[in-house]
Each structure stands twice: as structure tokens, then as C-alpha cells.
Design a protein around this ligand. Structure first.
Ligand SMILES: Cc1cc2nc3c(=O)[nH]c(=O)nc-3n(C[C@H](O)[C@H](O)[C@H](O)COP(=O)(O)OP(=O)(O)OC[C@H]3O[C@@H](n4cnc5c(N)ncnc54)[C@H](O)[C@@H]3O)c2cc1C
Length: 414
């Protein structure tokens, strides 16, 4: 049975995020972006809305909401600014959901619970100066010494690098396997900013998502207790990929929100601006761009909803989530380019938001799998070179909970 209805809880969540972002962030975002300022006051506000632990089970201090809710929140946040959605992707998606699925009970109590309540902020460190798409090329090592691992290496292009308290870090714990580039030699660790030998900085030359924080961190012989290893030794690569299935979902839904923002800004401007004696909205070539934005928006939304449904039902979804991320991010680039075009010279200035949309959209075509990596993945699925097998991937209680809410909603309508 196909059911496109949102539950009352999902609708309320979407509305409250939309209203909060419109009220508290939209009026200030132009200034924050121009000042390259990341506003850390957003954390307590997002925590109060339940967003920082949105899909973390309530027993660990989260809101216990399903994946569709996570997608709706991502869409609404990026409608206002990409930097807001990045917080959700990195903290609530890549990090928290990995700990939900892979963390020990002790890790859930010590790290996940404070993160879900917004008392601590968390990020994800895979990329290095010499390794992005080719994650097996990372150089960070974790050498076992007694009851600790000593981590040495550098991570770069890390969202929230200068503000997060905890990082999910990937490092080679088996040096023989490192030499052979065998990913079963990579392990995952929770590294605290407070650990000795840890330092971080902000990437100041970045030209998009300027109201967000992106940086690097270095680990010089950082001693990490063995109990901070997430998963078993050698499961780090699997965890990194699991995390990307969560992060990519939020990126897909967020980019969908960005397409909607481009569509709405373009439609409003096209009805205001006149050329050749009529509103430019009357010119068919302008209409064509707006129609393309609408079809991209609707298609992108269906793709992330489908991925979310699979996730809610505990089904493997790497293929569908990757497709949703690839389609939505490439479409958002098209929408932002056309939004600038519709605004003419005004689009080429920061007086209107579309210039910011244009700068912001590009990042998502690069992070969490570049456009090219996603193309290769999708082709390989079609060609049968790549097959996903069921794994301990998702958190099935969500489906039951959503079903219960829908039945309750239907009963109250009768
Ligand atoms: C704003 C922003 C935030 C980020 N946040 C994080 C974060 O929080 N944590 C984190 O770990 N990382 C983060 N990243 C890093 C991001 O994940 C990497 O940039 C991404 O994986 C690509 O790696 P790269 O930049 O090294 O490009 P490269 O891998 O060097 O790729 C360069 C080009 O070569 C192409 N290419 C590479 N391999 C192939 C191939 N096999 N076939 C065809 N083309 C190929 C790529 O598609 C790309 O066009 C962030 C990046 C940005 C821009």
C-alpha cells in the first residue's frame, strides 16, 4: 500500500521548524552570511525544538522521531539557509545516528545522551588533506597501547570542527591492512576536543555556507581510551558508510528545501520585475525555468520520502538514499543557477538571497559523495557490479510508531 499522508506529528514538526527558522534566523541570515559568522546560540534553540536528537530514541534523551520527520526538518532548515541543515546532518545524522546503531550502552550514556539534548555538539571526521572520495587513502593511525589507542593524523573540511565537543573519527588500527588498503583495518573512535594533543581551526577561505563553521583538526598522539572505539576493531569503514547513509538522507531533503527556496524567490521576483512592458513571469523562457524548479522540487521530494520510508521500515537503502542525494543536489545547482538568471543583475548581488543559494548549493554536490561518485554508484547498481545486502542498518521501531500515529489520526478524524 502506498501512503503519501504525513502524520499529524510529522506535519507539526515541519510547521514548527519552518516557523522557527522564518522567525529567528531568516531576518538575520544575510548579515551572518556576510560576516562569515556562525551563531552558536542556534544550538540551544535547536535543542529546545528537539532537533539535535530528533531521531535518537527517547530513552537516550532524544525526540524519538522517525526518518520522515528528520527529512522534513532538513528541508525546512535549508529553505532558510544551508548552514542550519548542516548542523542537523553532521550532529544529528552522521554522528548521533551512528552511535544509536553502533554505540555501546556506555557510549550512549556518556556521549549520545548529552548530544541528543544539545548539551554537547558532535561532528564527523573522515576527510583528510590527501583523501576525500578515496576514503581508504586516509593516513590517520590509531596505535594500541595498553588500554588506550594513540591517534595521530589530520582531518580537514570538517563541518563544526571549531565548535563540536566530540568527533567520530576514522583511523587505521591495523597498519598491515593500511599498506594493502584493506578497509577492514580501519576503526572508528569517539575523540573529545578536550583530549590532550587535539587542536582545531576554521577554514577561512571557504566561499559558501558562510554562516556555517567548517574547519580542520589535528591529533598529535591523542590518547583515546579503548572503550571509545565504536563498533569492533576493523568495523570503522562500515560505520563510516553507515553514517553516510544517514547524512546523505538529510542532504537530499535539505537540497530539496533549497530548490523550493529558489522556486519561491524566483516566482515572487518574476511577478514584480517588468521587461518589455510586462512582468517577466509572462515570458515563456522565464516560465520554463520556474516549471523546471517545480518538477525538480517534486521529484526530489518523492525520492527522499521513499528513502525515508525504507529507513523507517529497517530496509537497506544505500542505493535509494544515494540516488535521492545525487538527484536533489544536482537539481539544486540547476535551480540556484536559474534563480540567479531570473533575477538578472540583481541576482548577481547579495541584495537578494539567490546569490547565497548559488554559493551554498555547490557544497552538497561535493560532500557526502561527489556527483561523480554517485553517478558511478548508480551505474554500478544498474550494471549489477554493486549489490547491497541486508545489514544491521536501520532502526525499525520507527515504522511501528508511525503506523500507530496514523491509525490514531484516522480514528480521531472519524
Ligand atoms: C562544505 C563542506 C563540508 C564538509 N564537511 C565534512 C565533514 O563534516 N566531515 C568529513 O569527513 N568531510 C567533510 N567534507 C569533505 C567532503 O566529504 C569531501 O570534500 C568529498 O568527499 C570529496 O573529496 P575531495 O574534496 O578530497 O575531492 P576528491 O576526492 O579529490 O575529488 C576531486 C574530483 O575528482 C573526482 N573524482 C575522484 N575520484 C573519482 C573517481 N573514482 N571517478 C570519477 N571522478 C572522481 C571527484 O568527483 C571530484 O570532482 C566537507 C566538504 C565541504 C565542501
Amino acid at each position: 500500500m502506498i501512503d503519501f499522508d504525513l502524520t499529524e506529528e510529522q506535519q507539526l514538526l515541519g510547521q514548527s521548524v519552518r516557523q522557527w527558522a522564518a522567525r529567528e534566523v531568516a531576518p538575520r541570515i544575510h548579515d551572518l552570511d556576510r560576516a562569515h559568522r556562525f551563531d552558536t546560540n542556534l544550538f540551544p534553540q535547536m535543542a529546545a525544538l528537539g532537533l539535535l536528537g530528533i531521531s535518537v530514541p527517547q530513552e537516550y534523551g532524544g525526540a524519538g522521531m522517525d526518518y520522515i520527520s528528520l527529512g522534513l526538518a532538513s528541508e525546512e532548515l535549508e529553505y532558510v539557509d544551508t548552514s542550519l541543515r548542516v548542523i542537523l546532518s553532521v550532529h544529528a545524522g552522521l554522528n548521533c545516528l551512528s552511535l544509536v546503531a553502533w554505540g555501546t550502552e556506555d557510549q550512549k550514556q556518556r556521549y549520545l545522551a548529552p548530544q541528543a539534548q544539545g548539551k554537547k555538539i558532535a561532528s564527523y571526521g573522515l576527510t583528510e588533506p590527501g583523501a576525500g572520495s578515496d576514503a581508504r587513502g586516509i593516513q590517520t593511525v590509531a596505535i594500541k597501547k595498553g588500554d588506550r589507542f594513540v591517534l595521530t593524523g589530520e582531518k580537514t573540511w570538517i563541518s563544526l570542527a571549531d565548535v563540536a565537543d566530540h568527533f567520530l573519527v576514522f583511523a587505521w588500527s591495523d597498519l598491515d591492512k593500511k599498506r594493502q588498503r584493506d578497509p577492514s583495518g580501519i576503526s572508528a573512535f569517539i575523540v573529545e576536543r578536550a583530549f590532550k594533543g587535539f587542536s582545531s581551526g576554521t577554514l577561512k577561505e571557504k566561499w559558501g555556507i558562510l554562516a556555517g563553521n567548517t574547519g580542520f583538526f589535528k591529533m598529535e598522539e591523542v590518547e583515546v581510551p579503548a572503550e571509545n572505539m565504536v563498533g569492533a576493531p576493523g568495523e570503522g569503514f562500515k560505520i563510516a558508510m553507515f553514517a553516510l547513509d544517514q547524512g546523505r538522507f538529510t542532504v537530499a531533503a535539505g537540497a530539496t528545501g533549497l530548490i523550493r527556496a529558489c522556486r519561491d524567490a524566483s516566482a515572487a521576483y518574476a511577478k514584480e520585475r517588468k521587461a518589455f512592458g510586462v512582468e517577466i513571469a509572462q515570458h515563456q523562457l522565464v516560465k520554463e525555468m520556474i516549471a523546471q524548479m517545480e518538477s525538480d522540487y517534486q521529484a526530489a521530494r518523492l525520492l527522499w520520502l521513499r528513502a525515508g520510508w525504507l529507513k523507517n521500515n529497517g530496509r537497506r537503502n544505500t542505493r535509494e538514499t544515494g540516488l535521492a542525494k545525487w538527484f536533489a543536489t544536482v537539481a539544486s545547482e540547476r535551480a540556484a543557477g536559474d534563480a540567479v538568471q531570473i533575477h538578472g543583475a540583481n541576482g548577481y548581488s547579495d541584495e537578494y538571497p539567490v546569490g547565497r543559494f548559488y554559493r551554498n548549493c555547490k557544497g552538497a554536490v561535493i560532500y557526502e559523495g561527489t556527483r561523480e561518485i554517485h553517478k558511478l554508484m548508480q551505474a554500478d547498481y544498474v550494471l549489477g557490479y554493486r549489490v547491497d545486502r541486508p545489514t544491521r542498518c536501520e532502526l525499525p521501531p520507527y515504522a511501528e510508531e508511525v503506523k500507530r500515529q496514523k491509525e490514531e489520526g484516522n480514528r480521531s478524524k472519524k
